[in-house]
Design a protein around this ligand. Structure first.
Ligand code: ADP
Ligand code: MG
Length: 379
């Protein structure tokens, strides 16, 4: 077990005019599960492959514990990888697949068997040890791939979209198993996914990448409540946060027919006469007619306890999509018009030009019993 440190780690592929990963700074604690997330092509796999020693580091350094491994061969880094395409050997049994790396490393047969049996027990694979991979389900094969990594007791686990080949239901089950397993083993884990729900459920912390640049690294709660910019705000959360460019007023922003208050220091920091306001679907509440934004509902998605309404509104002549969570027992009908406004204190404020966060985000009720914006705006 060990820490992992990326120090300004940069990967510039030959012939490309920009870095695939640009000056990545990241410190991962011993035993932590750190998830790298971002859209396709943002540099997740490249970051992981640099750590694995499968990709050269153009600039910067990578450390495992105190040891600089930037120029250390992959096989000498004491890491184990699980890929999306877990490629088990079809002609070998589960036990032989799991023990193969140990055999190559000339671990004696008895110890090999013990370690494989131990991993099989942890992964609930004991009764399948003599089977060939083709006689296993997708989820079981994926667990064999995990087992292959576990038997090596590495310092660090690296996983690159290991669940992508599984169907939706199995993916949810398996991600819960992997999360429980990595915590139980206490092995430092770097886990790559493009799926923000997977990232939020599995990571102790989540690092969000875009275009090779680290945007934010934080706990799932912090990312959700205090995204540092418009990109993270829109990427994290499902359904996504509503992001609207709105005119500022003396005390806040013009949210349709409602003048929504914003803290004075935040207002003072706004450069132009508009600002981007983010409101999560669950933070929009129904307002009386003539208040807030008038939303024409296109689709209603009923989930039992909750319902999501997807509609559109018009702001300064431009059409904007709006998503709101409503009471599942009394959802409005598609085709109808409702009025919504943000719950007081539950807006995120971003600079319209740079996309950077200006306010300090949603606070716990314990932090501030009365929403901060309400106090400041009336002071
Ligand atoms: N071997 C390579 N040679 C050149 N460019 C590459 C290579 N591998 C990846 N890239 C480019 O680097 C960027 C990051 O890729 P990658 O790390 O695979 O992203 P992700 O895993 O987040 O989808 C992309 O623009 C991709 O096209
Ligand atoms: Mg990738």
């Amino acid at each position: 077990m060990s820490t992992v440190t990326f120090e300004s780690a940069t990967r510039h592929y030959p012939g490309s005019d920009k870095a695939a990963v640009n000056a990545l700074d990241l410190h991962i604690a011993d035993g932590e599960v750190l998830v790298l997330v971002g859209p396709s092509g943002c540099g997740k796999s490249t970051s992981l492959r640099m750590l694995a020693g499968l990709e050269d580091v153009t600039e910067g350094r990578i450390l495992i514990g105190d040891r600089d491994v930037t120029d250390v061969a992959s096989k000498d880094r004491d890491i184990a990888m699980v890929f999306q395409n877990y490629a088990l050997y079809p002609h070998m049994t589960v036990a032989d697949n799991m023990g193969f790396a140990l055999k190559i490393a000339k671990v004696p047969a008895k110890e090999r068997r013990e370690r494989v049996e131990e991993a099989a027990r942890i992964l609930d694979l004991t009764e399948y040890l003599d089977r060939k991979p083709k006689a296993l389900s997708g989820g079981q094969r994926q667990r064999v791939a995990m087992g292959r990594a576990i038997v090596r007791s590495p310092q660090v686990f690296l996983m690159d979209e290991p669940l992508s080949n599984l169907d939706a239901k199995l993916r949810v089950q398996t991600r819960t198993q992997i999360a429980a397993l990595t915590r139980r083993l206490g092995v430092t884990t770097v886990y790559v996914t493009h799926d923000q729900v997977e990232a939020m459920t599995m990571g102790d912390r989540v690092a969000v990448l875009k275009d090779g640049l680290l945007q934010q690294v934080a706990t799932p709660r912090e990312l959700y409540d205090r995204p540092v910019n418009v990109f993270v705000a829109g990427f994290i959360g499902s359904p996504a946060m509503n992001l609207l460019e709105l005119p500022t007023t003396e005390h806040g922003v013009q949210f349709g027919d409602t003048d929504h208050p914003i803290a004075r220091d935040v207002l003072a920091a706004i450069a132009g006469d508009t600002v981007v306001v983010g409101v999560r679907p669950e933070d929009l509440e129904r307002a009386p007619d003539g208040e807030g934004l008038a939303v024409d509902i296109d689709v209603v998605e009923e989930l039992g306890a909750d319902a999501y309404v997807y509609g559109h509104t018009w702001i300064a002549g431009a059409r904007h999509d709006i998503t709101a969570r409503v009471d599942g027992r009394r959802p409005p009908a598609a085709g109808s018009r409702v009025h919504v406004r943000p719950r007081l204190g539950h807006v995120h404020v971003f600079d319209a030009a740079t996309g950077e966060r200006l306010d300090d985000g949603i606070r716990d009720v314990a932090d501030a019993e009365v929403p901060v914006t309400a106090i400041d705006a009336t002071a």
